[in-house]
Design a binder for this molecule. Structure first.
Ligand SMILES: [Zn+2]
Length: 410
């Protein structure tokens, strides 16, 4: 006989099983666990489930009989490689609304409930790694970086703490961040996902949502124990994913060169006794996705007059309807989670990033633009367009300059 389908759209009879969630409470136990697992529907106090978009692969694994739907993770030895926090912002319900500040501590903080059979999972994992990039080797050869045996090794390895973070949205806080009502937000999330999560509109008692989107990875350079100490100097690069450039070195944009430059600045800061922070957000193609991005590339390169800066944003808008969907409003959360109250060197020219950081209460001491020598030839179009649109720069290109085609044809 087929298993009955359990609809999630209305409260279960045993709603008493649902742990209370007090977002912004002073400690993890008071706040309560985020229960977004699927084994015990009456215990769920969140909409959606873990692993972001990868939850769909989990469905395939279950559907194809390769994963038991009731598999419980064994968390032995998985605890964070270094401690992070707690910091004061963790108990401010308005400062962090798009991730669970206690997400890395869930197996530890709720060990008793897990031992008693409740399926509670972490939404953050903290580990250590070595990274090695040819740009760092080049910086060493050119004398901009020197190995110190701790942050940067002779072979070019940089030693990092890396932190994977799944999105966990506190819906009232996300709505407030955008200045809209929670009901409107829930309705659009429901409708624009093709009705994927009915609880968004039927269960106002569930206020936390794990959206099926990419999360982020933090790379820390230097001693993480110095985070949250006001004297600690911080270098920071907030980087939004660009697979074509970041991984494959595609030359139409400045993403990988800027990322490498940010990492160089972070290593430098760590060697001076501070901490370097790279935040890597899965927001491919300004969060428009890679298909849209490649369509825009074609439209730019095929347009009459060739690929030029004056038409750069217009071509994106023609295809996507907007220029950008990254919504940097939520971006500062991770900085508050890391206990950061001041960034001494922000490796970014973007006002779209600068404004939400400073408006969220983090002071920015200096901003570091990308050195001209690192900009690939085909990326001049992008750079000029962004400078003209208000990027932080001392040389804004004029209209005549913007009208010159600088990009390669198809
Ligand atoms: Zn790019």
């Amino acid at each position: 006989m087929p298993k009955p389908i359990i609809l999630t759209s209305h409260p279960r009879r045993r709603a008493a099983d649902m742990p209370a969630l007090d977002w912004g409470a002073a400690d993890a136990r008071q706040r309560g666990p985020v229960v977004a697992t699927l084994g015990d529907p009456s215990a769920r106090n969140a909409i959606g489930t873990h692993a972001g978009s990868y939850a769909l692969y989990r469905a395939l694994a279950v559907a194809s009989g390769q994963l038991r739907a009731d598999h419980r993770p064994d968390f032995r030895n998985t605890r964070p490689a270094v401690p992070i926090g707690p910091f004061p912002a963790w108990s401010d319900p308005a400062k962090i609304v798009s991730m669970d500040p206690w997400g890395h501590l869930a197996p530890e903080m709720f060990a008793d409930a897990i031992a008693a059979g409740r399926d509670i999972r972490p939404s953050i994992a903290v580990t250590r790694a070595h990274i090695n990039m040819p740009e760092l080797m080049q910086a060493m050869r050119e004398g901009r970086l020197a190995p110190d045996g701790e942050v940067l090794l002779e072979n070019g390895d940089a030693c990092v703490t890396k932190i994977a973070i799944e999105p966990v949205w506190y819906l009232p806080g996300v709505a407030a961040r955008f200045g809209i009502g929670e009901t409107e937000l829930r309705r659009d999330l429901f409708e624009q996902t093709g009705g994927m999560f009915p609880e968004l509109v039927t269960r106002p008692d569930l206020r936390v949502f794990l959206p099926p989107i990419g999360g982020m990875t933090v790379y820390l350079f230097g001693d993480p124990a110095k985070l949250g100490v006001p004297q600690t100097r911080i270098a920071c690069r907030i980087h939004d994913e660009c697979n074509g450039s970041d991984v494959f070195g595609s030359d139409i944009c400045t993403c990988r060169p800027y990322l490498a430059h940010g990492i160089e600045a972070c290593i430098g800061m760590a060697q001076e006794g501070g901490v370097g922070v790279v935040v890597y957000n899965r927001k491919e193609g300004r969060a428009l996705g890679e298909v849209t991005k490649f369509l825009v590339y074609n439209a730019r390169k095929r347009q009459e007059g060739g690929d030029r800066a004056e038409q750069y944003f217009r071509r994106t808008e023609c295809v996507a309807g907007v220029q950008d969907m990254r919504f940097q409003e939520l971006m500062p959360d991770v900085l508050h989670w890391l206990g950061i109250t001041r960034i001494d060197r922000l490796v970014s020219m973007s006002n779209m990033k600068f404004a939400p950081i400073t408006e969220s209460g983090i002071a920015v001491v200096s901003r570091i633009p990308i050195p001209d020598a690192l900009i690939p030839a085909d990326a001049r179009v992008e750079m000029d367009a962004k400078k003209a649109a208000g990027y932080f720069t001392d040389a804004v290109p004029d209209a005549a300059e913007l009208a010159i085609a600088k990009g390669r044809g198809l």
